[in-house]
Design a protein around this ligand. Structure first.
Ligand code: ADP
Length: 499
């Protein structure tokens, strides 16, 4: 028997969980046994433990609800399991998973309690971290939702204030919302619009095949509709020109696959542009007529030079002729611009030898611009079907610009070659170059880079005309440039078939 007890005690001592036995028949229920593991968990030695009530493990942390629970279980003589904060001898907190079970004698009186304890601090910490993490995720979600709601109301206030008509459609082109500007500019009510199909609005003004096609491509391809002009006799507001832009929109977590349509009334702007163009075309016409007469008269004077006219007289007359020519070119450019603008530019298509055209143009310019050497290299031996005069005007523009915008250099390179069924002509200068913002705009009508406005004369139309001329010949004109290093303007032209 004695041996058996030794055996049991050894078993208890080798257990991983702390085990204590208290004697309930003695006052204050003292501990009468504890195993090795309990010493380890608590940090107290056997001698320091025996005789104490278990509460010493709680140190000063006495307000935990679990204590009450244990008390009740003990007084009622029931099993109980709690997780409770306890403290080691050195003051360190440990979480104790505690099982208490009463031992009764034959008369049903509780003589002992057995307490089994596990240090679950690590598990508790992991649980705690998990809880923290969860609540931080929840917090983030709440914040994000708040942000979304705020940005939505921020957006909707912008949408209501902008001076552009906006419509939001679902994937079936049904109008989901409109802004006030739309309602006031088209003189319609919300009821007329929201919930209706875009193509059935008003008198079907938006039901245009090409617009419908473009809009249908937005969702599958994400390609926006940019600057599509609709000219129409609208109900209530009459004949107007509207500029339509449309984009696919997505609002994170709320919806995707919607279409935002922005409509701008450009009727007045078009009208002003038209008047400006009319003015330009009339003014240049009116200027051209007397100038042609002046040119003729100067030629007459040159031919009827009085005998013994001084050198000075001749020089002056020649200068007048040169300036009249310059004015003539300027006015012709202006006339060309208005012709291009109204789509009235005529192409006189004839086959011509492009190498020769370029050589002639370069030779002419070399004489009039002694400051720069224009070096021509390459050959194409190609025939172009096109308007030779216009092509020579383009080369002229490019080389003149190359000279004008490289005052500190003395060289312009012109290079021609064949690329596939095209000829390619490049004009390179080593001058000021063009910034990337300007690059995007220099082919527009009347555009001139800001910093050069005062220093160099010009109207900002040469490149516009050149670009249009090359486009009319089914070629392309483009520029590559680095600020401070120079620019290369290149264009291509299709070589005539059977070449
Ligand atoms: P203009 O020379 O009369 O201003 P253009 O249409 O020929 O008009 O050119 C438009 C603008 O492009 C110029 O004002 C200038 O800013 C820029 N540009 C054109 N050619 C060059 C070049 N070779 N180097 C630098 N800038 C250029």
């Amino acid at each position: 028997m004695h041996n058996n007890i030794e055996l049991y005690i050894q078993a208890l001592n080798s257990a991983n969980c702390g085990i204590i036995i208290t004697d309930n028949l003695q006052p204050d229920n003292p501990i009468v046994y504890c195993n090795k593991a309990f010493e380890n968990i608590s940090g107290y030695s056997y001698d320091e433990i025996i005789g104490h009530n278990c509460r010493f493990l709680q140190s000063q942390d006495r307000s935990q609800p679990e204590r009450q629970y244990i008390k009740e279980a003990i007084s009622e003589g029931k099993d109980c399991r709690v997780e409770i904060r306890n403290y080691k001898k050195n003051g360190d907190l440990f979480w104790n998973e505690l099982f208490i079970s009463p031992v009764k004698n034959d008369d049903g009186i509780i003589t002992h309690f057995i307490g089994v304890q596990n240090d679950i601090t690590d598990r508790k910490r992991a649980e705690h971290e998990l809880r923290e993490e969860k609540s931080s995720v929840e917090r983030k979600i709440q914040e994000r939702t708040k942000e979304l709601i705020e940005s939505e109301s921020f957006l909707s206030s912008i949408i209501q204030t902008v001076r552009e008509s906006l419509l939001v459609l679902d994937a079936n082109y049904k109008v989901l919302s409109v802004n006030n500007h739309f309602l006031s500019s088209f003189k319609v009510t919300k009821e007329d619009t929201v919930g209706k199909n875009l193509f059935e609005l008003g008198n079907h003004q938006w039901d245009i095949d090409t617009l419908r096609e473009l809009l249908m491509k937005i969702l599958p391809t994400n390609n926006p509709v940019i600057d599509y002009e609709v000219e129409h006799n609208f109900p209530y507001i009459g004949k107007k020109v509207m500029l339509v832009n449309a984009y696919r929109i997505e609002f994170e977590g709320q919806y995707k696959d919607r279409i935002l349509i922005a409509i701008e009334d450009i009727t007045e702007k078009k009208e002003i542009d038209r008047r400006k163009d009319d003015f330009l075309s009339i003014a240049s016409h009116e200027l051209k007529t007397p100038l042609t007469t002046i040119k003729g008269l100067v030629q007459l004077l040159q031919r009827m030079k009085p005998d013994g006219a001084s050198e000075k007289y001749n020089e002056t007359l020649d200068k007048v002729s040169v300036y009249v020519d310059r004015l003539n070119i300027l006015i012709s450019d202006l006339l060309d611009t208005s012709k291009i603008q109204s789509g009235n530019i005529e192409l006189h298509l004839e086959p011509f030898d492009i190498d020769k055209t370029i050589r002639d143009t370069v030779d002419n310019l070399s004489v009039s611009a002694p400051s720069h050497t224009i070096e021509l290299s390459g050959t194409t031996n190609a025939t172009i079907l096109g308007d030779e005069l216009q092509i020579s005007q383009v080369i002229n523009n490019l080389i003149s610009n190359a000279i004008k915008y490289s005052p500190d250099s003395n060289k312009v390179d012109v290079y021609i070659n064949r690329v596939g069924n095209f000829v390619k002509v490049s004009v390179t200068d080593y001058g000021m170059g063009i910034s990337s913002q300007d690059k995007a705009k220099i082919f527009e009508r009347f555009y001139r880079a800001k910093h050069i406005q005062k220093k160099f004369p010009g109207l900002g139309i040469g490149l516009y005309i050149s670009h249009e001329i090359i486009a009319n010949h089914k070629g392309t004109l483009w520029v590559e440039s680095e600020v401070g290093e120079g620019s290369t303007f290149s264009f291509t032209l299709p070589i005539m078939k059977n070449q």
